[in-house]
Design a protein around this ligand. Structure first.
Ligand SMILES: [Zn+2]
Ligand SMILES: [Zn+2]
Length: 151
């Protein structure tokens, strides 16, 4: 049996970029537990109400900063959220300390904000944004188009 005849949604509306913006169930974007491991220097861990567990390294989070400046910068360089900046091919590479927040705090009930040790703090990491960029093997497998060839 064919469902084609009774579809109201046009193919255009289902364009691929829009599929990534499909609304997530509330329990998938509501944290049960949030751990920001500043002392350990590792990253952020969230247990979601739907039972899923996510973790992001601080370096990933810094490179996925959702502020307008960083989004523009990534767009200009063709980088995905969390993809590190290309290393400058300088003869004397400057030492850059690993990204780490000096502090972090909740923004309302919907997001987290980091005050990065490098002084940057504009990015508001909404639960929705974090969940959509879950770095666990399962979610990374689903987001196959974002796992480019390693280089
Ligand atoms: Zn930023
Ligand atoms: Zn996941």
């Amino acid at each position: 049996m064919s469902h084609e005849g009774i579809r109201f949604v046009s193919k255009e509306d289902q364009a691929q970029e829009n599929l990534a913006d499909r609304p997530l169930p509330r329990i998938a974007v509501t944290p049960e537990k949030v751990r920001v491991k500043i002392t350990e220097g590792t990253g952020l861990e969230i247990d979601w109400q739907d039972g899923h567990k996510s973790a992001w390294g601080f370096a990933w989070l810094r490179d996925a900063c959702p502020c307008a400046t960083c989004i523009d910068e990534r767009k200009a360089q063709g980088r995905k959220a969390g993809q590190p900046k290309p290393k400058p091919t300088a003869l004397l590479p400057m030492y850059t300390p690993p990204a780490k927040p000096a502090s972090a705090h909740g923004v309302g009930r919907y997001a987290l904000q980091f005050n990065w040790a490098d002084g940057h703090s504009g990015g508001i990491y909404s639960w929705d944004y974090l969940r959509r960029h879950c770095q666990c093997p399962e979610c990374r497998f689903e987001a196959t188009e974002s796992t480019g060839t390693p280089n």
